[in-house]
Write a protein that binds this ligand. Structure first.
Ligand code: NAP
Length: 493
C-alpha cells in the first residue's frame, strides 16, 4: 500500500472562500474535502462547478449534525444537492454507513467517482469496528472510513489494533481529539488512505492540524510503515515544543523517525501503546514525572535522587528512566561559566516545585551552597532538608538572606510565563550586577525577571538554553547521535 495522501478540509461559508483557502495552501495538499454543510444555502447552486475550479481531486461531503456536521435541512435537500452535483467531476462522495441510495451511487460511479462510506463516532468506541469497516465495502471501488473520537489511551490502543488487523485493506481510519492526534500523523504507518488537515482557524474536527504543521513539524510525508516512533507523554501535551526539536533532529540526520505528542490520562497505558507501536523512547512531562517511576524496570541515579523522571528508553525489553533536566540545567552553566568559575559557589533557587528539585540536586552535586526561597514555606523547607540547603520565603527576610547566596540566582517558578508575562516572583530582591541570573521559564524567552537583572548588569542564562540542552541529551539517548546545529531550531516563539 502506498503512502497516505493529505486532504485539506474546506469549511468556508462560500465557494469563493473555499477557493481562496485552496490557493492559500497551494502545494501542501493532495486532495480537498468540500464540506457543503458549512456553505450558505445560497451557495449550493455553485457546487457542481467547484471540481473544475479546484486544483486537485475533491471529496463531496454533506454532514448531518448527528455525525458531527452542520446540515440541519431535510434529508430530501441533501439528496437533491447530491443529485445536482453528479456529473460535476467530484472524485469522491462521502456517504454515511446508514446511507443507501442505489440510483445516486450508481450515477456517481458512472461519472468515475468513488464512494467513501463512513462511520462517525463522537462518543464511545464502537463495538465490532473491524467487522463494520469491512462491511462498508459494498462495491469494489468503495473506500470505507471510520472517524472515532478517542477518549482514552485504551481506546487509542483499540483503534491501533484495529488498524493492524486491517493492514492491506484499503480504508480511511482516524482518531479524533488530542489523544487520537497521533493517528492523523501516522496515516501511512497505520495504513490509512488519507489524513485530514484544516486551515489553522477552521478546524472542523477536534485534533485536526493544518497541512503545513503536519508536514514541517510532524514529517507527515516522510512517515512510512517502518518509521520509528518517539514522543512525549503528558497531560496536556499538545502545546509541547519538544516535537519541534526532535523532529528537526530526525530531519537533519535523515532518520526514518517521528516524535509525537501523546496525551494520556495516566502513564500505565503508555507501555501497551509502546508495545503496539514499537516505541523505544519518550520524554515525560507534567503530571507524570513522578508517577511513572514505579513503572520503570530501571532508573538512573538522578531519578532516584530527584524523584523525577523525564526520559524513558527501552533497552533489551526493559524500560529505563533518566532525568535529563539535571544535566540540561547544568550544560549552559558549564559551557559558559562553570569551567572558569572563581571563588565560592553560592546559589539562590527561587521556587521549590518539580523543576527546582532537579536543579537543587544538580547544584549540590556541583558543590554549591544553596538557599531555597519559596512562596509556600513548607515546600521550601522540605526540599532544603532533602539536599542539605538553607531555606526561606520570598519576602524581605528571604531577600536579605539571598545576598549571602547570590553568585548564581536561579528562577524556577512559573511566574512570568505566558500569558502573565509581567509577573515577577521576587520583587523584594535588588540585583547587585555581579550575579549570574538564570530563569528557566522559556516562554517568553526574556522574562521580566531577566530584563530587570540585565538592567542591573547581571549575566544571563535563558530557559530556552535549558529546554534545548535537556532535549539534546534525550535525543542522544534516543538515537545515539548528536542533534546538529540545535541553536537554529525554530521553537515557534
Ligand atoms: P511546579 O512543580 O508546579 O512548581 C511551581 C513553582 O512555582 C512552585 O515553587 C510554586 O510555589 C511557584 N509558584 C507558582 N505560582 C507562583 C506565584 N504566583 N508566586 C510565587 N511562586 C509561585 O512546576 P515546575 O515543573 O517546577 O515548573 C516551573 C516552571 O519551570 C514552569 O514555568 C516550567 O515551564 C519551567 N520549566 C522549564 C524547563 C526548561 O527546560 N527550561 C524545565 C522544566 C520546567 P508554591 O510551592 O508556593 O506553589
Amino acid at each position: 500500500m502506498g503512502k497516505a495522501v493529505l486532504c485539506l478540509c474546506l469549511t468556508g461559508r462560500t465557494i469563493q472562500e473555499n477557493l481562496n483557502t485552496l490557493n492559500d495552501f497551494k502545494g501542501t495538499y493532495d486532495l480537498a474535502e468540500l464540506r457543503a454543510d458549512f456553505l450558505l444555502p445560497s451557495e449550493w447552486q455553485y457546487l457542481k462547478a467547484f471540481p473544475l475550479k479546484a486544483p486537485c481531486p475533491v471529496i463531496m461531503t454533506i454532514r448531518k449534525p448527528g455525525d458531527g456536521g452542520l446540515f440541519a435541512h431535510p434529508e430530501e435537500d441533501r439528496l437533491k444537492i447530491f443529485r445536482g452535483v453528479t456529473g460535476g467531476g467530484y472524485a469522491f462522495f462521502d456517504f454515511e454507513e446508514d446511507f443507501a441510495n442505489n440510483d445516486l451511487e450508481a450515477g456517481a460511479r458512472a461519472d468515475g467517482a468513488r464512494i467513501i462510506r463512513s462511520i462517525h463516532s463522537v462518543s464511545g468506541f464502537p463495538s465490532g469496528l473491524e467487522t463494520r469497516i469491512r462491511r462498508l465495502k459494498r462495491h469494489p471501488t468503495d473506500l470505507p472510513k471510520a472517524a472515532i473520537q478517542i477518549q482514552s489511551a485504551g481506546e487509542l490502543l483499540e483503534l491501533l489494533r484495529t488498524a493492524r488487523r486491517l493492514q492491506g485493506f484499503e480504508k480511511i481510519l482516524l482518531g479524533m481529539g488530542p489523544i487520537g492526534f497521533i493517528t492523523r500523523v501516522l496515516a501511512s504507518k497505520i495504513g490509512s488512505f488519507l489524513s485530514y488537515s484544516s486551515p489553522p482557524e477552521q478546524s472542523a474536527a477536534p485534533g485536526r492540524t493544518d497541512p503545513l504543521t503536519l508536514q514541517k513539524i510532524y514529517r507527515y510525508r516522510q512517515i512510512g510503515p517502518d518509521t520509528k516512533i518517539f514522543g512525549i507523554i503528558g497531560n496536556p501535551v499538545m502545546h509541547s515544543f519538544s516535537p519541534r526539536i526532535h523532529n528537526a533532529g530526525f530531519e537533519r540526520l535523515g532518520l526514518d523517525a517521528v516524535y509525537l505528542p501523546m496525551q494520556i490520562e495516566d502513564p500505565g497505558p503508555f507501555f501497551s501503546l509502546a508495545e503496539e507501536l514499537g516505541i523505544e523512547g519518550v520524554s515525560v512531562t507534567i503530571p507524570f514525572k513522578e508517577s511513572v517511576i514505579p513503572l520503570l524496570n530501571k532508573q538512573s541515579e538522578n531519578v532516584t535522587a530527584t524523584g523525577a523522571c523525564n526520559t524513558l528508553t527501552k533497552k533489551n525489553s526493559s524500560w529505563q528512566g533518566t532525568n535529563t533536566d539535571v544535566q540540561g540545567f547544568l550544560t549552559p552553566l558549564e559551557e559558559r561559566f562553570l569551567s572558569d568559575w572563581q571563588g565560592e559557589r553560592t546559589a539562590t533557587v527561587i521556587g521549590a516545585g518539580g523543576a527546582a528539585r532537579s536543579i537543587v540536586y544538580a547544584l549540590r552535586r556541583e558543590s554549591f551552597h544553596v538557599l531555597i526561597l519559596n512562596r509556600t514555606p513548607e515546600r521550601a523547607k522540605s526540599l532544603a532538608e532533602s539536599f542539605g540547603c538553607e531555606w526561606d520565603t520570598l519576602d524581605s527576610g528571604g531577600a536579605k538572606k539571598a545576598r549571602r547566596y547570590n553568585r548564581l540566582v536561579v528562577q524556577t517558578t512559573s511566574v512570568g510565563m505566558v500569558p502573565d508575562v509581567e509577573g515577577e516572583p521576587f520583587g523584594e530582591y535588588r540585583f547587585q550586577g555581579s550575579e549570574i541570573v538564570y530563569d528557566i521559564v522559556y516562554n517568553p524567552s526574556e522574562t521580566s525577571f531577566l530584563r530587570r537583572a540585565m538592567r542591573s548588569g547581571c549575566r544571563l542564562v535563558y530557559g530556552r538554553e535549558m529546554l534545548l540542552a535537556q532535549a539534546l541529551h534525550q535525543f542522544k539517548l534516543f538515537t545515539g547521535r548528536d542533534l546538529p546545529e540545535p541553536e537554529s531550531i525554530d521553537l515557534g516563539f
